[in-house]
Design a protein around this ligand. Structure first.
Ligand SMILES: Nc1nc2c(c(=O)[nH]1)N[C@H]1C(S)=C(S)[C@@H](COP(=O)(O)O)O[C@H]1N2
Ligand SMILES: [Mo]
Length: 560
């Protein structure tokens, strides 16, 4: 005779399965977080970020101790330790959620916040990192609440069902340690608000529903986890190659930054944009992972000589270094889709000279590893402007997000017609025969960067102290150079700003102007004029099809 199960206290009855629900829920959140990170950017992984933060936070003595103890396996030990800690906390979240609704959910919210802080603290990341830990936490919280509710249904029905009901029907996939009573009509256990005639579902179906939920969630987590680690594995291998890569020095270094080019105004953006702060624009849902050892660049189309170049051959060329400001056509007036970096690369002109374009060719269609294309006027790649096949950005190999191992950088043209990242093919062709990715989508065929200027300090709608108010920002007229920058207050007369020397005519220039302002509201506008005396266009135009125009305008609230 089977022993009649004694009614158990809710916590003891559900403890083990609540812990399993917690681990499954958190695991699902993390797996989806890792998968998203794999798609969006290899550096967004919440687990890696937390691990990195731990490494950064550990006192040097402990680090040395860990290294001596674990040798080179210290990272493995760290990850193993983290996995144990996460599993423990996840189990705890399940147990507390079973005891008190939303207590476990709140615990996951706390993990999510820790993950978010860790991800935001990683040097190479910016705000685009926010969605990944957020997604991981939200998925974890929803899964936990759902699983624990299922567990609660099973458990409450199990308790309410008469313990001495007829034995016999065992539930499918009986869980270890759960002697659930056989299904029996349990009168009087109707759910609130349902018809009185409806009898409560028997415990076995409730139990089955819990295990289906648990199993389904675990399977989803496993699939996401396997996918994530496959993607991450490839990215990690290429990241490793990148971090070990030592780029050759330039045969022609960048002209020195002139003294005084950086005005150092508090709150202004630096003259050279650090890689981690550089804007990123591309159509790639997942950063293309291109192994430099397998990379080749093909030059095809209207050429006398087709060429195939590998990475080692490219690095063996005489590379030059240049500061170039690049901008996105989608940059609104006053926007931040623009940045200035020191690029190391081989002039495209020299490659094209070897290929010898045929008569009639007027465009080069560059193609990236993921199929994206840009159509660049042949002339811009062959004239003296030093269009580059770039391999280096501010002294480092290109970051993966910015086109590793090789991208194009063309002074004076918007990125969508020139700055192909992860470039693998140059087809010499004609505008009449080919078009880059964005052209048939409503953007103009040629994309010279429009002269523009921006006020960075004070920020829009910022209140400042009356008296001397320092204004500052940047201005650019690529490949022509800036001749003058002026400010006007409340549409008054234009006042010349101090213009810092540019690094070159292909970079932005900094400017500043101190104004005496008494308390009140002001509207301040900036206007740049290039070295040919052509002022930026005042009339407002939207970014499509060929770039925004208009004066950047900020409202400033001057307080006494
Ligand atoms: N492969 C590829 N390269 C690309 C793009 C893209 O979508 N795919 N976008 C271009 C656009 S529109 C711009 S503005 C620049 C941005 O370069 P960045 O992300 O390094 O700042 O890259 C260009 N190169
Ligand atoms: Mo762009």
């Amino acid at each position: 005779m089977p022993a009649v199960p004694r009614p158990r206290s809710p916590a003891r009855h559900t403890g083990g399965w609540a812990a399993a629900a917690g681990i499954t829920a958190v695991g699902t959140g993390l797996a989806l977080g890792e998968l998203t990170a794999g798609f969006v950017s290899p550096s967004l992984s919440p687990v890696t970020a937390v691990g990195g933060a731990v490494i950064d936070a550990v006192p040097p003595g402990v680090k040395d101790w860990a290294v001596s103890l674990f040798g080179t396996a210290d990272k493995v030990a760290l990850l193993g330790g983290m996995a144990l800690l996460i599993a423990g906390l996840a189990a705890l979240s399940g147990v507390v959620e079973a005891r008190r609704r939303f207590a476990g959910v709140a615990l996951i919210a706390v993990f999510g916040a820790v993950g978010l802080v860790a991800v935001l603290g990683r040097a190479e990341l910016t705000l685009n990192a926010v969605p990944v830990p957020l997604l991981a936490a939200i998925v974890g919280m929803i899964a936990l609440r759902w699983l624990v509710r299922r567990l609660g249904e099973w458990h409450s029905r199990a308790l309410r069902a008469p313990a001495d009901s007829a034995p016999g029907t065992t539930a499918p996939a009986a869980a270890p340690g759960t002697a659930a009573p056989a299904p029996a009509p349990a009168p009087g256990t109707t759910a609130p608000g349902t018809a009185a005639s409806a009898s409560a579902p028997a415990p076995a179906p409730a139990r089955r529903r819990f295990f289906q939920a648990l199993g389904g969630t675990a399977a989803a987590a496993l699939i996401a986890g396997v996918l994530a680690s496959t993607i991450r594995g490839a990215a990690a291998a290429v990241s490793e190659l990148r971090s070990k890569l030592v780029l050759p020095g330039p045969s022609a270094p960048a002209p020195p930054v002139p003294a005084g080019a950086e005005l150092g105004l508090e709150g202004a953006v630096p003259l050279v944009t650090p890689n981690k702060d550089f804007y990123r624009i591309d159509t790639a849902l997942r950063v293309p992972v291109v192994n430099p050892e397998q990379w080749t660049l093909k030059v095809i189309g209207l050429v006398e000589q087709e060429i195939s170049l590998d990475f080692a051959a490219l690095l063996a060329k005489p590379l030059i270094e240049r500061h170039v400001t690049i901008a996105c056509v989608s940059n609104e007036v006053g926007g931040d889709l623009i940045g200035n970096a020191r690029w190391l690369g081989w002039p495209v002109r020299e490659l094209l000279a070897l290929a010898r374009p045929k008569d009639g060719a007027d465009m080069v269609l560059s193609r990236s590893a993921d199929g994206w294309t840009a159509g660049t006027p042949l002339e811009a790649l062959t004239d003296d402007r030093d269009a580059l096949l770039a391999v280096g950005m501010n002294g480092d190999p290109l970051p993966l997000e910015h086109g590793f191992p090789v991208r194009m950088i063309v002074p004076g043209l918007y990125g969508y017609v020139s700055a192909t990242k992860w470039v693998t093919e140059l087809k010499v062709t004609r505008f009449a025969d080919d078009a880059g990715y964005w052209t048939p989508r409503g953007w103009s065929e040629r994309g010279p960067v429009k002269t523009s200027s921006r006020i960075d300090v004070p920020r829009q709608a910022r209140s400042v102290q009356a008296g001397t108010v320092a204004f500052g920002g940047v201005a650019w007229a690529q490949h022509t150079g800036i001749g003058r920058v002026e400010l006007r207050v409340n549409r008054g007369t234009w006042q010349p700003a101090q213009l810092a020397p540019g690094i070159s005519r292909d970079t932005w220039y900094q400017w500043k102007l101190e104004l005496q302002l008494s308390p009140g509201q002001y509207e301040v506008q900036v206007r740049a004029t290039d070295l040919n005396g052509v002022a930026q266009v005042e009339e407002r135009a939207p970014v499509a099809p060929s770039g925004a125009t208009g004066f950047h305008t900020v409202r400033v609230d001057v307080k006494s």
